[in-house]
Design a protein around this ligand. Sequence first.
Ligand code: SF4
Length: 80
Amino acid sequence: MSAPSWVLVLDGTACEGHGICALIAPGRVHLDRFGYADVSPTPLRDAAELARARRAVRACPAGALSLTARPGDTRGARRS
Ligand code: SF4
């Protein structure tokens, strides 16, 4: 089994529109026209993106961001 992939997850009900996350992880988070976060649902691509996402999670004053591990891609894995 391969390593899990990580996804940055937003709790839209908790987001208060501070915008800090978009400054820290601009390739992953965008702000909508009201200043609330819009987070890409696709897995983080590499260690640098994961590091920025972790910083965004820690920096969010509302606790609206989290990281979730998804099981690794097992396509091509041998069956026994
Ligand atoms: S830092 Fe937190 S509260 Fe502010 S926009 Fe981002 S997710 Fe929302």
